[in-house]
Design a protein around this ligand. Structure first.
Ligand code: ATP
Length: 324
């Protein structure tokens, strides 16, 4: 392997730039050539490449999003599209690539590897923390800190008006963001897809909290929760069955994906970038870099894309205790 390419694919997340920087600088350190691919697999197909040096990634470690842009690319799902991508990689003398992204991006990389026997390494970049084979994905820590900061602010206004707030947070099919930010921000209830407590329990809990003298309440709702009601329907339901609260809804949305990455995400991304390049140079392919017990590990992509990481049972228990 003489030349490695790096791309970001799927949804962006804070810390992706730190990972790009790490891959580029590790290549420079190891005297390898490095190319950046813009706009994910679409750019791979279009030949949107740029040679990188250690200096190409100055001053990006602190920036959210991805300087390489990200994209979703239907064409890469077809054999013809992947053939075009392969031709472009060959044309640019690229011997391996590192893809920073989520499950879909890894599935694409795996398929590509199977067809062309082309070395591929994955780095998990998503705020959802839903990828098997790593305790943390790049961007998750930044996202939960953003959510906690916003909930603290919502609490200020909620307690000034004796209000109940339903705050919807991202996380797709899993409740990692909701659970962690909920515990961190001291939410009264946390509704996550992994644990459907039912609407009765929600009403009971809110009643109890009002009786115990709480003037305001914050309920965190994961976007994938299984109550069968969205946040606005939850508001209507609670107002109808428990007319003691003035209920408001706040859907946090894409602000959760932006912002300058936390130190944790920058360090994680830097470590994962080094590991990805070193693993490729050691002859490994089709793995995703992950972290467990503060050690970097490699998980076959085929395993990583099989399922979502379950939420931490111990944290669910802590959250139950904290919300009594
Ligand atoms: P996130 O879900 O965090 O936004 P992701 O990487 O899972 O990130 P996707 O949109 O699922 O995002 O996938 C990114 C791109 O990967 C797709 O647009 C497509 O080009 C490619 N891809 C996904 N699945 C496959 C597949 N089965 N075969 C080939 N390519 C795929």
């Amino acid at each position: 392997i003489k030349k490695i390419a790096v791309l970001t694919s799927g949804g962006d997340s804070p810390g992706m730039n730190a990972a790009i920087r790490s891959v580029v600088r590790t290549c420079a350190f190891m005297k390898l050539e490095c190319a950046a691919i813009y706009r994910g697999y679409q750019g791979m197909i279009d030949g949107d490449f740029k040679d990188m040096t250690a200096r190409s990634v100055n001053n990006i470690i602190n920036k959210g999003g991805t300087i390489l842009k990200s994209a979703r690319c239907e064409e890469f799902r077809t054999p013809e599209g992947r053939q075009k991508a392969y031709n472009q990689l060959k044309k640019h003398n690229i011997d391996a690539f590192v893809v920073i992204g989520g499950n879909g991006s890894f599935a694409g990389g795996l398929k590509f590897n199977e067809e062309f026997n082309f070395p591929v390494m994955g780095i998990p970049g998503t705020i959802d923390n839903d990828i098997l084979g790593t305790s943390y994905t790049i961007g998750f820590d930044t996202a939960i800190n953003t959510v906690v900061e916003v909930i603290d602010k919502i609490r200020d206004t909620a307690s000034s008006h004796n209000r109940l707030f339903f705050v919807e947070v991202m996380g797709r099919d899993v409740g990692h963001i909701a659970l962690n930010a909920g515990v961190g921000a001291g939410a009264e209830e946390i509704l996550i897809p992994e644990q459907n407590l039912g609407l009765e329990r929600l009403l009971e809990s809110l009643k109890r909290s009002k009786k115990s003298g709480k003037s305001s309440s914050i309920v965190i709702v994961a976007e994938g929760d299984k109550t069968g009601k969205n946040v606005f329907e939850l508001k209507d339901y609670v107002e109808e069955h428990l007319p003691i609260y003035d209920v408001r809804v706040s859907v946090l949305g894409h602000m959760q994906r932006g912002g300058s990455p936390t130190c944790f995400d920058r360090v994680l991304a830097s470590r994962m970038g080094v590991k990805a390049v070193e693993a490729l140079m050691a002859g490994k392919s089709n793995y995703m870099v992950g972290i467990r017990d503060n050690n970097l590990i490699l998980t076959p992509i085929s395993e990583a894309i099989k399922a979502h990481t379950p939420v931490d049972e111990e944290l669910v228990r802590v959250s139950d205790i904290m919300t009594t």
